[in-house]
Every structure is written in structure tokens, then in C-alpha cells.
Design a protein around this ligand. Sequence first.
Ligand code: ARG
Length: 465
Amino acid sequence: MANDQENKLWGGRFTESTDAFVEAFTASVQFDHRLATHDITGSIAHSRMLAKVGVLTSEESDTIINGLGDILADIEMGQFEWSIALEDVHMNIEAKLTEKIGSVGKKLHTGRSRNDQVATDIRLYLREEIDTICQQITELSKGLLQQAKQENDTIMPGFTHLQTAQPVTFGHHMMAWFEMLQRDYDRFQDCRKRVNQMPLGAAALAGTTFPIDRAYSADLLGFDQPCLNSLDAVSDRDFAIEFTSAASILMMHLSRFSEELVLWASAQFNFIDIPDRFCTGSSIMPQKKNPDVPELVRGKSARVIGSLNTLLILMKSQPLAYNKDNQEDKEPLFDTVDTVQGCLRAYNGMVPALKPNRDALRKAAFQGYSTATDLADYLVKKGIPFRDAHEIVGKSVAYGIEQNKDLSELSLPEIKHFCDVIEQDVFDVLTLQGSVSARDHLGGTAPRQVLIAIENAEKMLAKRL
Ligand code: ARG
């Protein structure tokens, strides 16, 4: 990056040159050059609009648009030299335009300001990144559906308080993650509506004296509509806060999946195998295979939640309209996009490749008296009030613990001892299979319901793309 003292585009009223440190301190091109393609897209639309309303001739506009096209090609080939002296992406591109096409390049900035320009660029950028994230979420959703389908009747322990509670199916567990992701998808889609509004035309803060056609620019850029108040348009970054908030909630969900995968991959649980290509070893302990991908995703949720915090505090108490504070919005936003996309990419590789260990899952479900509620429900169906049934089962469990037997391993006389309404048919409900199959209603864990949920989910995803 060059640091020569080029002439500043705003230098007219200044009598001394900028302090070298201040120049670097106030510059943003080191990071906002990432907005370059969107900046050029916005400038092309602006130039077209200026020609439409007669502020530029169509020859001038064409010259500008061709020049911008050349600059885009230079940038894409890595042949554009960014200059800190030119402060930001906007002035770097504008200065290069004039260098390439002569003084007609100086007309591009008519009727706009960097304030509406940058707000437009960020929205164009974010709209594109939201679309990528939504596609990645859909792909991950499909990976979960695949696992759910394969394991729709694989029995595992369901937990509350991380203590064995009731048996569930692995498919049902995958579909719980699936549901969380659909809400994340909806949140991003909803946020996209408010991202897709166009600040361009707000100029510095009050609008412009030129007869601009904002609806035309919005149309060219694919925005739903122009922002309706110029002061608001250049100042608020609530759309970025909303995005980072949706991203934080998604990362919170991924951190929960991650935590479970880390636990499940441990020797103590042994519920799943994470293929080697998603794990790493230890430099000292030769036996180790560490679940690095889920651990890192769990850890990376911290930086996204941190960015949400940064953006909220950045915006808080800012008076209208634009303030330089807002230059600080970019790094947390870019980092959020990179982090979320990276985590989703890693998950998209890993989730379909996870190998559930069916025997270990079933064995674990068999421990911890996971069918105790089924016994209580059985007694209620035979006319015992639920509170009494709860007490009876509690005593049976205590007896089972003493005998080191599961409820299903007790003999009929042993179990009848606690309540004489119990008959042979009790063993149908005490088995793991009986327990899960009995929860056969909308949202329940029965394999039949899991298959219905998968089918509905597949129909829903088919409509999406
Ligand atoms: N680099 C600035 C930003 O990111 C662009 C807008 C600057 N506007 C200004 N009047 N200084 O916010």
C-alpha cells in the first residue's frame, strides 16, 4: 500500500498537509477496499441516473462507466494499488478514475457524498453475504435431514440437566437442531428486507439540489426502495446490528451443537465418531484425537457475539447524522461474515460425515432408568393418580438401583410388589422401543413422527431454492 502525499480530494480549504500519523489513523482503505466491487456497482448506477436526469451527458456517463469497468478489472487482477493517503476505498477509486479518463471523472461525485455512498456499499455487500449464509444454512439443514433419516429409529438417551431423562431417537435430536436453523434462516431473511433499502441520494445528510431519480437508482441496484429520510439513511447502522444479532443467535446455536459433539465424541460418551479429517492430534499425547472443529466453532461464537456488542456500543448515543465513528462498523461486520461463513462451511463438511455409534447410544439409553416415566404413565392409564404413580415408580427405581437392574429387568412379581395393578403388558412400555414409539404425536420422538417431520422439512426446503 503506497503512502505518498497525493493531493487530497477534499484538500481545498486546508493550508497544511495532514500529519502522517493522523493520515494513517483516520484511513480505512486497509480494510474497506473489500467493498470495492460494490462501490463500483453503486457508482455505475449513480452515473446512469445522473445521465437519465440530464446532470451528465450520456457520453460523460458512458466514459465514467467504462473507466469504472477498467478499474474493476484492475482490482480483480490484483493490479490496483491502494493508497493510504487517499484514505478510503471511495476516494482511491475516484482518484484512479480521473487518472484514467481525465477530468470527466471528477463529475462522478455530483449529487452524492461518501456518507450515502458508504452506507449504500455496506448494504450491497451485506445483501450478498446474507444470501450466501442462507444457502449455507440450507445446505446444513439438508445434512441434518440426511442424518435424521438414516437414524430415525436409533435410540439414544434424552437428557435434562445432562442426566438421563427419557429415551429419544437420534433422528429426533437432529431435527431439533434442524428447527433451530430454520429460525436462523428466517431471521436472516427478515433482516435482509431492512438491509435492502437504498441510502444513495441522501448525499451528506440533507439530500441534494440536483434533480435526482432515486427510484431509478434503487431499481438499477436491486434495492426494494430508497431510504425515506436522508438523515436516517446516512447515519443508522441498525441493519448491520440486526445482521450481527441474527449471526450471534446462529453462532449460539452452533456452539450448542458443538458442545454436544465434543461430549459425544469423548471416550466416556462414545456416541459418535467424527471422521479424522475434522480432527487433529496432540503434539505430546499420541493417543489423542481432538474434536477441533466443533471446539473451534464453539469458541468462535465469542467473537461474533463480541462484534454485536461492538456495533451496539458504536451506534449508541451517536447524534444525527453521519459521524466518523461509523467507519468502525466495518471490521466487526467483515469479521462476523467471515466467521459465520467459515463455521458453516466446516459444519457442512462435517455433519453429513458424522457416524453415530448405535450400540453405545442404545446402551446409554438403557442406563439411568429412562423409561421410569413410561411406567408412571402406565399406572395412570390403569387408574392410579399421577402423584401416586410417581411415588410408586420412585420406589421401584430405588429397588432397581439396589438390585443393579433396569426396570425392564425386574420380574413381574418383583415389580407387582410395588403396585398390584401391574400386569405382564408392563414390559411393552418398559422397553426403549416401546417408550419412543408411544410418543406418537406432532413434535414427539416416535420414529413415525420423525419420518413425518423429515418429509415436511424436505417439502419446505424444496420450495426454498
Ligand atoms: N470511510 C468512511 C466510512 O467508512 C466513508 C465516509 C466518510 N465520510 C466523511 N465525511 N468523512 O465511514
